[in-house]
Design a protein around this ligand. Structure first.
Ligand SMILES: Cc1cc2nc3c(=O)[nH]c(=O)nc-3n(C[C@H](O)[C@H](O)[C@H](O)COP(=O)(O)O)c2cc1C
Length: 171
């Protein structure tokens, strides 16, 4: 897929076919994550790829918005530090957001759907993923082939119109 088509095709996919993601495709998605820019190139992140059905099910207790996780072919848990200082916290959060979008666009490029989940309950994350002290799970990204319809460019996205949100030169 062209980059432009991948960007326009990505949407939250929360229902997945019962079909595994091939190793090469998974490696490509993880490589896209690895290449993500980060604040001072600190790369304060680690990825845990979860495919085991029992583990995915247990992980879905992390948040009410994680109901799609058990049905995913694989879920990537984004792990990173848990800084107390606001400045660091903002920059880690920004990096995690960029990471998420790299993963999602790379997946869309391969026709693979993706869906965010917040990681509210860190006790669940710690129990299921065995994350080391001082780290937290920032987000879960469920991945899998869409069960509803294939990814294709969305002509009319549910977004505010550009003329409402862009200003030039000054507010
Ligand atoms: C910061 C953030 C947190 C989100 N958390 C969840 C979540 O917990 N569960 C979920 O199903 N979707 C979650 N989403 C997905 C959004 O609801 C979705 O991106 C938004 O409605 C736009 O839809 P689209 O991704 O299909 O374009 C989250 C998205 C973002 C950016």
């Amino acid at each position: 897929m062209e980059t432009w088509d991948a960007i326009r095709s990505r949407r939250n996919v929360r229902a997945y076919e019962d079909r595994q993601i091939g190793e090469e495709d998974m490696d490509r998605i993880l490589e896209a994550a690895r290449r993500t820019p980060s604040s001072s190139n600190k790369q304060r992140w680690d990825f845990v790829v979860v495919r085991d059905k029992d583990r995915l099910k247990r992980l879905s207790a992390i948040w009410q918005g994680a109901r799609h996780i058990p049905g995913s072919a694989a879920t990537i848990a984004l792990i990173g530090p848990d800084p107390k200082e606001e400045r660091d916290r903002i920059s880690v959060a920004y990096d995690m957001g960029q990471l998420t979008m790299s993963i999602m666009v790379a997946a869309a490029d391969l026709g693979i759907g993706s869906g965010h989940s917040s990681a509210h309950d860190q006790e669940v994350a710690r129990d299921v993923l065995e994350i080391p002290e001082g780290q937290r799970c920032w987000w879960l990204i469920g991945l899998g082939y869409p069960a509803d319809r294939p990814l294709r460019p969305i002509e009319k996205p549910d977004r505010r119109p550009l003329e409402d949100l862009v200003r030039y030169e000054k507010w």
